[in-house]
Each structure stands twice: as C-alpha cells, then as structure tokens.
Design a protein around this ligand. Structure first.
Ligand code: NIG
Ligand code: FE
Length: 402
C-alpha cells in the first residue's frame, strides 16, 4: 500500500458509476481538504480527511494538491519530422486551408511519414508521449491519418499499438484513414480505399474517425465510411465543424459516435442534434489558439444540458502542443469555463470520450491510481490562473511514479 498524506486539496472525486458529467453536473467536483489517498495494486483503495490509516509507504504531500491525471481524448502524435516551414507561412498570413491547398498540411506530413521507418516513427512519437505523461496525462487517444494509403496507415496503427504496449498511460487507437485524400487518388477512389482498409485497420484500432469538413470529406462520404467502421466493430469519434458548419455533428450522432470533436463553428442545430445522445462534444481550444479560430461555445453547450470534453489535438499543423494544463487554462480564460467545469472536461469527460471513464479520469475507489501530485500551495483555481507556473511534483500512473 502507498499513502499520500497531508494533501491540501484532493480534487476530482466522483461517485462510482458516474461515467460523464453534463449540464449542471459540470459544476460538481468532489473536493476534500486536509486529505489522504491510499493506493493498492495500482488502484485507488480509499481516501478521506484527517489522519491517514497507518502503514504502507508514506508520501508527504506537504499541503500540495492531488488530482486525477489528465485524459487527452484527441491527439495525432504519431507523425514524422516537423512542419515548421508552414509555421512561417502561417506567420506570413496564410490560412490553414490555403496551406493545405498548396500541398502543405496533412499531405506534407504524409510525405514525411512515408519516408520514415516504423522504428524511427515510434522513436519520434515516444518523445511526445513522454512529454505528455510528464505534463500529467495518464490516458490518451492517438489517431492514424498521416499515412493515407494502406501500407502507411497500417504502419501508423502498428506504431500506436507499440506505444500502448510500452507505456503506463492508457492508449486508445483511432483509424483516421479519411484525414485527407491520399496522393494519387481521386476523391471517390480514396473514399473506397478507406472503406477497403477498414477491416484490417479494425484489427489494430478501437475507433474510426473522418475529417468531415469543408474541403475534406462530406457528410455522405462520412456516413459510408462510418458504416464500414460499424461493420468492422469500430465506433466513431469524428472531426467536425472546424472549418464550416459541415453537418458532421449530425452524421456523427446518427452513427452513435462516442465523441464529435472540434466544433469551433457549431450552431444551435448541432446542440439540438447532440441533446439526449451518448456522444460527447469535444472541443480543442489549442487549435483555436494556434490557428486563430473561434473557440467552441462550451458554455452554451453546458447551458443546453450537454457535457463538454477538452482535448489537446496535439499535431504538427493545428496544435503543436500536448500540455493539458494549458488546454484547461484556455478553457477557463478563452471559453469562460469555471475551473471545476474545465477539470471535468479534461478528466472524466475526456475519459468518457475514449470509453475509459469506468477505469480512470477521477478520484473513485477501484479506479486506476492515475494521479498528479502538485508542489505545495496549489488549488484548483490557481491551476488555470497561474497558467505558466510549474505545478507538478510527481505523476503516478497505476500508482507508480513516471
Ligand atoms: O485536428 N483538422 C484536421 N486534422 C488535424 C490537423 C492535422 C494537421 O494539420 O496535420 C486537426 O486539427
Ligand atoms: Fe484532430
């Protein structure tokens, strides 16, 4: 047994069986002061206030805070090389669409990935995975989508599997063959190729994704691809409404998507489509920040009774950063979420958006002991407020320091 005692603030306590938070529940987070938490066999055994039970290995939090490790439900961290040249184009004033139309963007990453060995791709991705874990992320989803042909998509999915097998963080894999039309294909031929890839992808992936947006894939393409995914047992988690009100939210909900992600341009029709569904609206404020796009209407979604998850979208083109504490801060500073709402969005609801919220994403007895221990003096409100000050003393995944 391990006991962390003298915790100033233990935040993110969720009753057993609560798998997501929506509407007014977004304002709930169990917080205990002067608390302790006990870990056994990698799981949260118990927690409480005052004097901790005797025995076991003791860690003195010295008034520091303990919260659940972050759950990042949307990333593209398996990529090769860098797109810093496009960063300069962006500074010169080109938009994301203009860079993509000139053969930059996703196709540029696909060319780089094609020329990179599986071993080297794994090595580069692991640098980012370690960075994310050091920033407090304990569960992450990783997408393919820089292959854009059968051999390279499977190469990416094998790299994700290898990451899953080698890190203590929980890793979920998503097949995003439909990220852009691969080189050498017509649009229709590529949609058919993605459908043909799906059964093999399903042997490596948990979810299927489509970039359903203006200039990429239509709602009709998306429906065809999601049907192929369903036949192969893959639940959708899709990209929608980043560049336009694309119809992506509606097609995602109609196909039982676990999440619909981006939503920078979502209107009332999207909110109406999501109400009463099992789909978690997921917003990616890091890409709004980096691309200068509108931020998602998280407060309106919550007022309509919906939940919201926030994720990093860590990728080389629209969000080259995977620090979920910064995502949380953007949620508060730019989307006007309260710290409590933002914490729910980056922990429990992020876990839900990966199908992992029965296992991690909160302080709940029996869940994985995926915990962040802060240095002394931190509170939930200070995390997004003092948003650049280092706060992490130790990250525990399965109760083991990373
Ligand atoms: O989520 N929007 C589509 N895909 C990624 C960007 C990928 C890239 O530019 O490499 C995103 O923002
Ligand atoms: Fe993305």
């Amino acid at each position: 047994m391990m006991v962390i005692e003298h915790i100033g603030e233990l935040a993110g306590i969720v009753p057993e069986g609560v798998l997501r938070r929506q509407g007014a529940e977004m304002d709930e987070t169990g917080i205990l002061h002067n608390a302790w938490i006990a870990v056994e066999d990698g799981k949260i055994a118990d927690f409480g206030t005052g004097d901790a039970p005797a025995g076991g290995e003791r860690i003195d939090a010295a008034g520091g805070m303990v919260l659940p490790a972050f759950c990042d439900s949307h990333t593209h961290i398996v990529y090769a090389g860098s797109r810093d040249g496009e960063f300069l184009d962006k500074i010169r004033g080109l938009s994301y669409e203009e860079i993509a139309a000139r053969g930059g963007g996703i196709l540029n990453s696909a060319d780089l990935l094609h020329g990179t060995s599986e071993e080297e791709l794994y090595r580069q991705a692991m640098v980012r995975v370690r960075e994310m874990m050091a920033c407090g992320t304990g569960a992450m989803e990783i997408k393919s989508g820089y292959g854009l042909n059968p051999a390279d998509e499977m190469k990416m999915l094998r790299v994700i599997r290898r990451i899953r097998e080698s890190v203590p963080a929980a890793v979920k894999a998503t097949f995003l063959g439909a990220h852009a039309v691969g080189r050498g294909y017509t649009h229709e031929a590529y949609v058919r190729e993605v459908i043909a890839m799906t059964p093999e992808a399903a042997t490596l992936a948990d979810f299927i994704d489509v970039f359903c947006d203006e200039g990429f894939f239509t709602p009709e393409d998306t429906a065809r691809i999601l049907e192929a995914g369903a036949a192969a047992g893959l639940r959708p988690k899709i990209h929608a409404n980043e560049l336009a009100e694309s119809g992506g939210v509606q097609v995602g909900v109609a196909h039982g998507a676990l999440s619909v992600d981006h939503l920078e341009r979502a209107g009332d029709a999207e909110i109406a489509a999501l109400r009463g569904s099992e789909t978690m609206p997921t917003m990616l404020p890091g890409s709004s920040f980096f691309l200068g796009l509108p931020y998602g209407r998280a407060k309106d979604f919550i007022a309509a009774g919906l939940g919201v998850a926030l994720a990093s979208d860590y990728n080389p083109g629209s969000s080259p950063a995977g620090d979920m504490r910064f995502v949380m801060a953007l949620g508060c500073i730019r989307m006007r979420l309260t710290p409590v709402q933002a914490l729910n969005a980056v922990t429990l609801n992020g876990a839900y958006a990966m199908g992992l919220s029965a296992e991690t994403g909160s302080i709940t007895r029996g869940k994985r002991a995926d915990l962040i221990l802060s240095t002394p003096g931190w509170t939930l409100t200070k995390l997004p407020y003092l948003y650049r000050s280092p706060f992490i003393r130790k990250v525990f995944l399965h109760g083991i320091p990373v």
